[in-house]
Unconditional design. Structure first.
Length: 310
């Protein structure tokens, strides 16, 4: 005759016996404590009899004992799940005593609870978002559109005889600070600027910089165009038209378009009536020679170092 029934193996029974301990922070129900007080001596007695292979008459009441034991374990499990201070080690021990079927049912129950909470939270957030969307839509429909305080029609002042198209007007309205992206990488200009700076470096460092610049130029690609095809055609037409002159206004960001002959007449008038006089010779070369001689003298005297002089 087996001491333990087939529905509860011996190792599980011993694990249940060892797990019949509540944490210090977990409150045990009174009825659960009473039953545990009644069952614990019986369990200890049975364990001793099993250890020495002795079967007593108490086995006649094993069904009642197991029923009380299962009731105690059920209430203990409920208390452990409801307690927020239950330790991780106790939870792992309780779960380790479950059978495979119990673990599967527990996992399914947890999944259903998690899914239910997720759906509730999702529905709540969607409702909030819907309320905010409707409120924003209602506010925008009732609010009057904000009119721009900037009058863009004054950004282009056409005083010439040429009639500007809509594309040309929009292009000139961008102002002189607007830079059109090039359709190719200006490698020649970049190399020329770099070579001018490399004169101040030693030959070894200059060669390293040249190699890095050449490698960068080989990998470089032109940037994306910031004007469309119609604006590029209009820009080319304005550049090739010699009958007009496009100038920035004295104040503001406006662009002024004048006829070429009108612009030249204005220049002649300013030269003839203003504090200007015609030079007999261009003094640029003489000024360059004077500045070079002065810099050479400062370098020889030690007031100007070689790096700055170069």
């Amino acid at each position: 005759m087996s001491l333990f029934p087939s529905v509860m193996p011996r190792d599980r029974f011993l694990a249940i016996r060892q797990s019949l301990h509540f944490n210090d922070n977990t409150a045990m129900p009174e009825d659960c404590a009473d039953r545990l007080f009644k069952v614990r001596p019986v369990i200890d007695h049975l364990v001793q009899k099993k250890k020495f292979n002795v079967v007593g008459t108490v086995m006649a009441n094993r069904k009642r004992m197991l029923k009380d034991l299962q009731s105690v374990m059920l209430k203990q499990g409920k208390t452990e799940f409801q307690s927020a201070d239950l330790g991780v080690s106790s939870s792992l021990l309780a779960v380790s005593t479950f059978s495979e079927a119990d673990r599967a049912r527990l996992t399914q129950h947890i999944d259903r609870r998690c899914r239910r909470e997720f759906e509730k939270c999702k529905a709540r957030q969607l409702a909030k978002f819907q309320d905010l969307t409707e409120e924003s839509s209602a506010r925008h429909t009732t609010q009057r559109p904000i009119e721009s305080a900037v009058d863009t029609s004054k950004w282009v002042v056409n005083l010439s005889a040429r009639t500007l198209t809509t594309v040309e007007t929009s292009l000139l309205g961008k102002g002189f600070n607007f830079t059109v992206t090039p359709d190719h990488v200006p490698a020649t200009e970049i190399v020329a600027s770099v070579e001018t700076t490399l004169k101040r470096l030693d030959p070894e460092t200059a060669d390293v910089v040249r190699r890095e610049v050449n490698a960068s130029l080989r990998r470089a690609r032109p940037p994306r165009s910031n004007i469309n095809r119609e604006q590029r055609i209009a820009l080319k037409a304005l550049r090739q038209d010699r009958s007009i002159v496009i100038l920035p206004a004295n104040k503001g960001r406006a662009s002024v378009i004048l006829d070429t002959h009108t612009y030249r007449d204005k220049m002649d008038e300013l030269i003839s009536t203003g504090p200007y006089r015609k030079l007999a010779k261009d003094p640029t070369d003489r000024l360059c020679r004077m500045i070079t001689a002065q810099l050479f003298a400062l370098n020889k005297s030690g007031d100007l170092d070689d790096a700055t002089y170069r």
